[in-house]
Design a protein around this ligand. Structure first.
Ligand code: HEM
Ligand SMILES: *[C@@H]1O[C@H](CO)[C@@H](O)[C@H](O)[C@H]1NC(C)=O
Ligand SMILES: *[C@@H]1O[C@H](CO)[C@@H](O)[C@H](O)[C@H]1NC(C)=O
Ligand SMILES: *[C@@H]1O[C@H](CO)[C@@H](O)[C@H](O)[C@H]1NC(C)=O
Ligand SMILES: CC(=O)N[C@H]1CO[C@H](CO)[C@@H](O)[C@@H]1O
Length: 324
């Protein structure tokens, strides 16, 4: 080879190395720097999720909230200070759970290799492992995310979809973070696990257009049953409602079955029937658990990449509730 060819090869190699270490997450990112990190997460999940399966829902929801607001950078985990209202205090966050779970895993990993593994990666891995531990899908979690230093409650209202959003708004908010109609339908499928509280649907039941009416898009028999047994008045703040009744800890097609029966809990669930595109995606996924799992996994991996901080951006937090 002539010296010019050597130079070409060298340049190609350099570009490849720079390209692979910047701008990208990678599977097993901590393989050398903290080889036990992923194992510690998995072990903790296997120790605790079987006794507390409802945490799987809490963790995947935390991951979703994290990714939609300032990217998957653990900004959702930060506590407020005297001078800053963090994401956590925003109204939609009132019902978030699972913070202690993440804080404990973080402390176990810090004991193994201090200052190496980000809270954003720990949240991402914990969500995946706990959903898989309850028999749900498995998806790849490439790592290397870094933690954000900013967490503001006002951001939540701008970026996070709300239960009263219509299809147009949902598609815009998903589009803003690079997700499409397919991702919207599939990821909404996570509502096959977990619970809600009455405030998220009290308008649908009691005061849809401000005239003491009910949402016509909600099956009226189901609405009556919810009003009789669950949300007995418009001010109920505390009663819990399963989104996939009788199957809140089983990741299955129950959510889509509810949606086509017009029994999706939120307006955002009912919205999926409002266009032929989203309606047909729902219909497709009613057919096969296996296909739902495969497609859900792809959308989760995509969600986990939203606006991630990498390389020298952000920081590795010492404690997930506090910016360093
Ligand atoms: C499409 C936009 C979405 C809206 C408007 C929405 C809204 C909501 C609301 C209002 C609740 C109930 C909160 C409460 O009252 O306790 C909830 C719960 C939940 N959401 Fe969503 N969500 C959306 C998308 C997602 C996505 C993308 C995921 C995950 C991939 C997800 C996973 C969950 C889970 C698992 C729960 C139950 C949490 C628990 O049991 O603690 N949601 N969602
Ligand atoms: C963060 O704030 C929550 C209440 O919002 C509190 O329960 C928790 O102990 C705080 N975390 C730390 C580490 O202080
Ligand atoms: C959806 O909601 C937005 C915001 O509330 C509103 O501006 C828009 O007109 C609604 N679109 C449809 C099709 O109802
Ligand atoms: C229903 O909505 C209207 C308009 O927003 C409001 O004025 C009224 O107080 C609400 N009714 C109840 C019972 O909250
Ligand atoms: C988990 C969490 O931090 N929840 C907060 C949600 O916001 C209210 C105030 O709006 C706080 O009191 C909660 O602590």
């Amino acid at each position: 080879m002539g010296s010019q060819s050597y130079l070409t090869v060298l340049i190609i190699c350099l570009v490849a190395i720079i390209g692979s270490s910047h701008g990208q997450l990678q599977l097993g990112y901590y393989g050398k720097s903290c080889p036990k990190a992923e194992e510690i997460v998995l072990k903790y999940v296997h120790q605790h999720i079987p006794n507390a399966p409802s945490l799987a829902a809490a963790l995947i929801r935390l991951h979703f909230h994290d990714c939609f607001v300032r990217g998957c950078d653990a900004s959702v985990l930060v506590n407020s200070t005297q001078t800053n209202q963090a994401e956590k205090v925003a109204i939609p966050n009132l019902t978030l759970r699972g913070f202690d779970f993440i804080d404990t895993i973080k402390s176990l990993i810090e004991a193994e290799c201090p200052g190496v593994v980000s809270c954003a990666d720990i949240l991402s891995l914990s969500a995946r492992d706990s959903v898989h531990a309850i028999g749900g899908p498995y998806w790849n979690v490439p790592t290397g995310r870094r933690d954000g230093t900013i967490s503001k409650s006002a951001d939540v209202f701008i970026s996070l979809p709300a239960p009263f959003n219509n299809l147009t708004t949902l598609l815009t908010l998903f589009g803003n973070v690079g997700l499409d109609a397919n991702d919207l339908v599939l990821l909404s499928g996570a509502h096959t696990i977990g619970v809600s509280h009455c405030p998220a649907i009290s308008n649908r039941l009691y005061n849809f257009t401000g005239k003491g009416d009910q949402d016509p898009d909600l099956d009226s028999e189901y609405a009556t049953s919810l009003k009789t047994f669950k949300c007995k008045n418009i001010n109920d703040q505390t009663t819990i409602i399963e989104m996939d009744p009788g199957s809140r800890n089983t990741f299955d097609l129950g959510y889509f079955k509810q949606v086509v029966k017009r029994r999706g809990l939120f307006e955002s669930d009912a919205a999926l029937l409002k266009s032929s595109t989203t309606r047909s995606i729902v219909a497709q996924h009613l057919q096969s658990n296996e296909k739902f799992f495969t497609e859900f996994a792809k959308s989760m991996e995509k969600m986990g990449r939203i606006n991630v901080k990498i390389g020298t951006e952000g920081e590795i937090r010492k404690h997930c509730a506090f910016v360093n």
